[in-house]
Design a protein around this ligand. Sequence first.
Ligand code: FAD
Length: 629
Amino acid sequence: MLYTQNKKYDVIVVGAGHAGCEAATAAANLGSQVLLITLDMNRIAQMSCNPAVGGIAKGQIVREIDALGGRMGLITDRTAIQFRMLNRSKGPAMWSPRSQNDRMRFSEAWRQELEQQANLEIYQDEVKELILDGEKVTGVRTLLGMLFEAPNVILTVGTFLGGLMHFGEIQIPGGRISEPASIGLTQQLSDLGFRTDRMKTGTPARIDARSIHFDECDKQEGEQDFHRFSFLDTEHPKLQQLPCYITYTNEESHDILRQALDRSPLYNGQIQSIGPRYCPSIETKIVSFADKLSHQLFLEPEGEKTTEYYVNGFSSSLPPEVQLEAMRAIPALRDVRFFRPGYAIEYDFFDPTQLKPTLETMLIEGLFFAGQINGTTGYEEAAGQGMVAGINAHLRNDLAKKEFILHRDEAYIGVLIDDLVTKGVDEPYRMFTSRAEHRILLRQDNADMRLTPKAIELGLASELREQRFGKKNKLRNELIRFSETFSVLPENINPFLEQIGDTPIRQKTKLKDLILRPRLNMLTLAVQIPPFLTRIEQLGKMKEEVCESVEILIKYGGYIEREKKQAEKLYRLEEVRIPKHINYEELLQLSTEARQKLSRIRPVSIGQAARIPGISPHDISILLVLCGR
Ligand code: FAD
């Protein structure tokens, strides 16, 4: 017998992981009545792998989520126990914020956020089946027999579908250590015609700090400047800031691992599916880089008040006793005790080319997929997709509103979703800066300038965010104007320029032209030029943030403008929409490969069609004629 909550929701989100939490809050924040169903309310937004957020390209995604009015950035700032800006030695397009986080507090903070969100209800159960009306989704049925109705369902089930964990020879069905797998949905979706396959990922052991010889490791402290993830004024940092430690594997530990390779599910045929290439297990590293005598390991705290440490770089599916023995061969870890061993997990994912750029499936109306279910890996990639799915699920309730799609020159989230739906995945997809062709436009510092106007238009930005954004914009423009109009006299700056070995100026020079010089930056100039210093001090709490933004715009203005023009040219094709119901099989002028791929991917624009691997300029010219161009 089926029970029903006797309420019609607008959106049901299945799974309170990183994708599900952002999807649910985004849709609820926009005004949809949302139900979030998850297996375990004590593990909301659980960090399945390392207790860290951001990193190269991923940090930019978190800033984008925040700029759009999402929560990941705020929660990350609130629960950070270390913060660093990676890639500082490179250009600002590469700067990427990263933090260590208190795993338990991160989850707790998310739960509070969800519980305080208007229009959002949470229910703990397992979704077993989608309820359909022809090719439309109308609700879900749970393991405990509950029936919930909604015209939009977002599946964000992570690594749980058909999850199978490997601890050496021991195999245990599960979605994550000590959590059950989710069985049933894959079969139903396959029966409906969805293409599915298996992927694999892995995680290292967690160890007890009381058994680590920290004095034999290198210490890595975080940074405590103004940088953070959220563009809102969070007090940062709130928790005690902790260092990470670095140690190395050695030949002895490699020998122990090598001798046990036949017990590794990755090498004895037990695991067949593909794992993330850029995040290899320790056994893969000793095989693929056989000539390397040691590998770096980061020992990362799991929280402010716990002795649990994560061993970054030692992911393994070998039997726990082999992992322990190999770790104990490392001097700093000679007495190490495990809290939990490492393991690998295989799970079902769905080919993301079955999705529209809104993340709605092409096969079933109102059904969305976001996160690891789409073949991605990483909390940030999942959360970014969650935002887009949540917004679009809400927008579907209001036919007058357009779909929400981010383009490749607007956001890493746009690059991510475009790659997924246009090219598909053949290994777990993680974001890299190299995937973005316009990375000078997609910087961490300007995510608010790129996306907060969209959040305001959608109704996702809070009043506070809107005000802060307006103020920052105004201060930034005023400071740019000041630097373009204020002139510096030679006698006021030349002694300093000579001191640092820079060319003196001969005549009155605009401040902007000095900022442009590679050896000079705004803050050192301000110390030399009192009126400029006064101007900067007037910016108050926002001074560092505004100065960073202005300095980048001045120093890299030429590149930025060039990139913008290129993007505009490229994305003109994005404006040429392809009619929805074209039967590509009838277009015999197209190559066979183009007919097959276009029928499968169904691009929404000529721009998207041109990015499908195997679609030639000749195919594009035929499509252009079809679109009346
Ligand atoms: P998840 O965070 O997995 O959340 C899924 C949620 O759905 C869970 O709350 C679950 O309870 C719920 N759920 C599942 N099925 C149902 C159902 N039927 N009904 C109701 N609720 C359901 N990422 C990296 O970037 N690098 C790594 O090295 C890495 N290693 C990993 C190692 C392991 C062992 C695991 C498990 C994951 C690893 N990840 C790694 C992946 C990372 O955890 C995910 O990319 C990220 O958590 C995905 O977010 P998500 O929201 O899609 O899913």
